[in-house]
Design a protein around this ligand. Structure first.
Ligand code: BGC
Length: 735
């Protein structure tokens, strides 16, 4: 009997042991890769303690921080239970070590999600987002983002804090470089393309990452272009201008969003229940999560909302912000807030659920570690470099080309002058990821390759990007006198745009302008090549330049495309996605402003009221002739189908690509509307002599309709206009 009991006891113990061993090794439902993800999340949640849940809601850093704007309280011994880490390394080793700790030393073995700012490339840096928008080629942007995703994921990053889709109308704000310009719809289209490029169809693929729409919302409205400051945004403007790109990005499947730093008319973005809960979760049904911007919860104190960090944690969390990036507000105070009944357990569960859901979707439970690869396998793949070059080429905008000085077909002696000519760093742009200056082909080298055997090159620095030193002027003038044409490479340093990089004037430093004037003395044509991260004030440089090519910050492979445009091998096709003011004093100036009560008055007394280069401006080496814009009907009823077509013929001698921008306007509406609104665009390659048809399929509700201050779309009967390249077609909507 005793023997029997002992055997039974051993069996029971054995069973328990086997069970718990099995539980650990994969018997628990949440570890079963075949079980539905929702069930796995439920199962895991049911096993978690409050402390474990709270840890999932925090993000710390790992590796050497290379971001000067973000220096926070570093946690040296990261706990195994941490939810997320910003990963600053460019290879998976450190990640895998940390992940091992999470998988093996935490009670439940929940993998960490590693995030990073891969904004316009991870190591193969391609043009800044503002430049990308000027390509008007979302497919190419999608491909570039896919390259970034592949490099990031293979380096140990699962999640990128990109795309930035903040509508930006003030070029003094350094962060205009990071978004897709001044138009809400364009930001939405490019944002959605980025999401597709990063995430693909399957987040668990080894070459995809989760995307993050940022900065939700209205950050681009920062007063006077100063970073981090107050924004005054009415509910009407919030809906008709700032939210649209986010709605489009969420529809495209963006896994996460980042809350914004800015105070939105009295309620900071990171403590805003209307924006984070009412709109995003309740109305749009987003099932991902929101991460705060760096330290944004703590900063609710500086903004005058919360007196203590604990209060800040309560404001942010109850408003719907799931993850705390580097404020240490949730890790320190959330548990206490739950215990005091100020935050409900149900809301904690809901927040954790959203984070776990993404971890499962990324396949992190099955494949927590990143396989080791060589840098060569990850970075600068030939196809990636080709995408970077094509995107650079398509995003460059030919602003001026007097007397067809470009392309340089018959020039034998080219003087290459200026601080951007032999400069790798500044071509990378802000948020260069892991890009290095040595990765970059410099402009001079691109020209040398392009013109090898065709023209002789002579280089002179002329002057530095800033400062008072004119010592190089003489040598530069001599080179200009020797040459047939001057290629003058001017611009902004990389650090002058991006985060925390506002400028009170958007002109180039005086020394650079003086260099351009000096070179004019040589009497040779001057081709100005501009490297910059924002629209510039060019009213003094424009008269001394025969041609101006805006190449932005084109990344590692922009030099040869630039040279290709100068030589004529490439026909430029970029068009501005952001207005170039005539002068800084005109700011804000953007195409889709609302109408004035006195359109014939109210102009500046001292300068023109027109921009120097408007939204959509961009020249080509060929000429496009538009046919008559033809609608399928001129009278429509609600629910009808309507389409409009226009033919475009390339009547020049070169092949070229043309972007057709389709705008609408509603002359009278119960809520006043912008003078015109971009609703559709399309870019097509048109061979010399060929004609192509462009078509806009109109959804009346979406394209003619408007949104009110509650976010409700409405469509009023009456007259609507469709505008294409100087033509206007009237459509009547009858009830
Ligand atoms: C920026 C974000 C960025 C975050 C993490 C913040 O300072 O505003 O755009 O994603 O830092 O680096």
């Amino acid at each position: 009997m005793r023997k029997k009991a002992l055997v039974y006891g051993i069996c029971l113990l054995g069973m328990v042991c086997t069970l718990s061993a099995k539980d650990k090794k994969g018997g628990a439902l949440y570890k079963d890769a075949k079980a539905p993800i929702e069930k796995r999340v439920d199962d895991l949640l049911s096993r978690m303690t409050l402390e474990e849940k709270v840890m999932q809601l925090n993000q710390y850093t790992l590796g050497r921080n290379n971001n000067v704007n973000n220096v926070g309280e570093e946690v040296k011994k990261v706990p195994a239970e941490i939810g997320s880490l910003i990963y600053f390394e460019a290879n998976p080793e450190l990640r895998n070590n940390m992940q091992k700790k999470a998988m093996e030393e935490s009670r439940l073995g929940i993998p960490i999600i590693f995030g990073y700012d891969a904004i316009h490339g991870f190591r193969t840096v391609y043009p800044i987002s503002l430049a990308q928008a000027c390509s008007w080629n979302p497919d190419l942007v999608e491909q570039a983002c896919a390259v970034s995703a592949q490099e990031a994921r293979m380096s140990g990053v699962d999640w990128t804090f990109s795309p930035m889709i903040d509508v930006a109308r003030d070029p003094r704000w350094g962060r205009v470089a990071e978004g897709y310009g001044e138009d809400p719809y364009a930001n939405g289209v490019f944002g959605a393309a980025s999401v597709r490029g990063y995430q693909g169809d399957n987040l668990s693929a080894e070459n995809r990452v989760a995307a993050c729409l940022k900065h939700y919302v209205g950050y681009g409205a920062s007063e006077a272009g100063r970073d981090y400051v107050y924004t005054e945004i009415s509910r009407q403007t919030l809906w008709d201008t700032y939210l649209l790109p986010y709605e489009m990005g969420v529809k495209a499947g963006a896994a996460t969003l980042m809350s914004s730093f800015n105070d939105i008319s009295g309620v900071p973005g990171s403590a805003n229940p209307y924006i984070m809960t009412e709109i995003l979760k309740n109305r749009w049904g987003h099932d991902g999560f929101i991460v705060s911007d760096w330290g944004a919860i703590e900063q609710l104190k500086n903004q005058g909302l919360a007196a203590t960090k604990k209060e800040a944690a309560r404001y942010a969390f109850t408003a719907g912000l799931e993850m705390d990036m580097m404020s240490h507000a949730y890790d320190r105070h959330l548990q206490e807030l739950v215990e005091e009944g100020k935050v409900s357990m149900a809301q904690v569960d809901e927040a954790v659920r959203r984070i776990l859901l993404l971890k499962f979707r990324l396949g992190l439970f099955e494949r927590p570690y990143t396989p080791a690869t060589t840098e060569k396998e990850r970075f600068f793949r030939p196809q990636s470099m080709d995408i970077a070059a094509r995107l650079a080429a398509e995003s460059m905008v030919l602003l001026k080309n007097e007397n067809n000085v470009l392309p340089l077909t018959d020039k034998k002696k080219i003087a290459v002058i200026g601080p951007m000519a032999k400069n790798g760093w500044d071509l990378l742009g802000s948020w260069r990821g892991h890009g290095k200056d040595t990765d970059v082909t410099m402009l001079y080298d691109g020209l040398a390759t392009e013109f090898a055997g065709k023209a002789e090159l002579r280089y002179a620095l002329g002057c530095n990007t800033q400062g008072e030193n004119r010592e190089g002027f003489a040598e530069a003038l001599e080179a200009a006198r020797w040459s047939d044409v001057v290629v003058l490479c001017l611009g902004e340093m990389m650090t002058w745009s991006g985060e925390n990089a506002s400028r009170s004037s958007i002109a180039l430093p005086q020394m650079q302008e003086e260099l351009a004037k000096e070179l004019k003395k040589a009497g040779k044509p001057v081709v100005l090549v501009l490297v910059n991260g924002r629209p510039l004030e060019l009213n003094r440089l424009e008269p001394v330049s025969d041609a101006i090519l805006e190449i932005w910050q084109p990344g590692v492979n922009g030099a040869l495309p630039m040279a290709g445009i100068l030589s004529g091998r490439i026909n430029p096709s970029g068009k501005l996605a952001m207005t170039f003011p005539y002068s800084t004093g005109q700011i804000p100036i953007y195409y889709n402003r609302r109408k004035s009560g006195r359109g014939h008055q109210g102009f500046y007394k001292d300068i023109t009221s027109d921009p120097l280069y408007p939204f959509g401006h961009g020249l080509s080496y060929t000429e496009f002739k538009y046919g008559t814009v033809t609608p399928s009907a001129t009278k429509v009823k609600r629910g009808d189908k309507l389409s409009v077509e226009v033919t475009v013929t390339n009547i020049g001698a070169r092949d070229g690509a043309e972007t057709v921008h389709w705008f609408i306007s509603d002359p009278y509406c119960s809520i006043t509307r912008p003078v015109k609104e971009l609703k559709h665009f399309e870019k097509q390659l048109i061979k010399a002599g060929e004609m192509k048809t462009f078509r806009f399929d109109i959804d009346l509700e979406r394209d003619f309709g408007f949104v009110n201050e509650d976010g409700k779309r409405f469509l009023e009967a009456g007259e609507y206009n469709i505008h294409v390249q100087g033509q206007t077609v009237k459509i009547e909507l009858i009830d």
